[in-house]
Design a protein around this ligand. Sequence first.
Ligand SMILES: C[S@@+](CC[C@H](N)C(=O)[O-])C[C@H]1O[C@@H](n2cnc3c(N)ncnc32)[C@H](O)[C@@H]1O
Length: 271
Amino acid sequence: MTEQEWMLTSLLECRRVDLYAERQSLTPGQEMRYASMQRRRKEGEPLQYILGYCDFMGVRIGVDSRVLIPRPETEILMETALERIKISLCDDPLRILDLGTGSGNIAIALAHHLKYTSVTAVDISSEALALARHNAASQGVAHKINFVQADMTVFLEEGTSVEKQFDVILSNPPYISTFQLGRLPRDVRQEPRIALDGGKDGLRFIRGLIACAHRHLRKGGFLLLEIGDGQREAVEEVFAQHSCYRNIRFYKDYVQTDRIVYAEKIFETEN
Ligand SMILES: C[S@@+](CC[C@H](N)C(=O)[O-])C[C@H]1O[C@@H](n2cnc3c(N)ncnc32)[C@H](O)[C@@H]1O
C-alpha cells in the first residue's frame, strides 16, 4: 500500500480494495484529519506514529513517540524463536524473558502465538511500559505477561534465583553506535533515542546480555539477540570470551545482513 492508502484505510476503517471499489468520499471531519496526517508526514513524523499502530507478526500493536516502531527484521527474531522453541523446547509452559520490550511487540506476539507461556517483559522506560501494558490488554494477553520496569543490565546482574530461570531470553536491544545516531534518517531520529543508542560502538547492551544471560537460562534454554549492521564479528568475539554457550548461529535479514544471533546454554555437566 502507498502511504496515502495507509492513511485513508485507517481513516475510513476499510480495506485497500474498498477505497477503489466503493469510491469512498470523506466527510468534512475526515478531510481535516487526512490533511493533518499529510502535514505531520511532510514534517517527517513516521507514518506508524501518525496511524497510531503497526502490524507485527499478525498482531496489531499501538505505537507512538514513546516507543520504537517494530521493524520487519524483528519478525525474523520472532520467527527464529518460534522455530527453535518447536525444535528444542517441547515442555510447556514456557518461561520467556524479553529485554527492552518497548511497545511490547515481541512479548505480546509470543503470548499470542504460544498457548502455554508466561513472559517477563523488561524496559527502563515507564512511558514505553505504559503503552506496552495497554497493548497487551488490547490483545487479551495481559494475564500472560509480567511487565517490569528495570535496567536490563541490573536485572541480569542481580544473580540467579528460581524465579529468574527462563527457557528463552530474547532481546532487540539498542545497538546503534552513538556516532551513527546523528546520521540516521529524519523520521528514525524522531524515535526515542534511548531505544537506539547502544553506546560508543553500539555493543554496550549486547556485551552485557551475553555476559549474564546464561545465568538465567534453564537447561536447554537459549538466547536470541537482534544485532546491528556489521556487528557479527564483534559479537563472535564476545561469545568467544564466554564458554557457557554452544551452537552459536547467525541468521540473515531480508537484505542478507547478519541480523539475529542464536546461542544455546551449555548444560552444567558439559562445562
Ligand atoms: C530497540 S528498542 C526495542 C523495542 C521492541 N522490543 C522492538 O523490538 O521493537 C530497545 C528498547 O530497550 C529499552 N531500553 C534502553 N535502555 C534500556 C536499559 N538500560 N534497560 C532496559 N531497557 C532499556 C528502550 O526503552 C527500548 O524500548
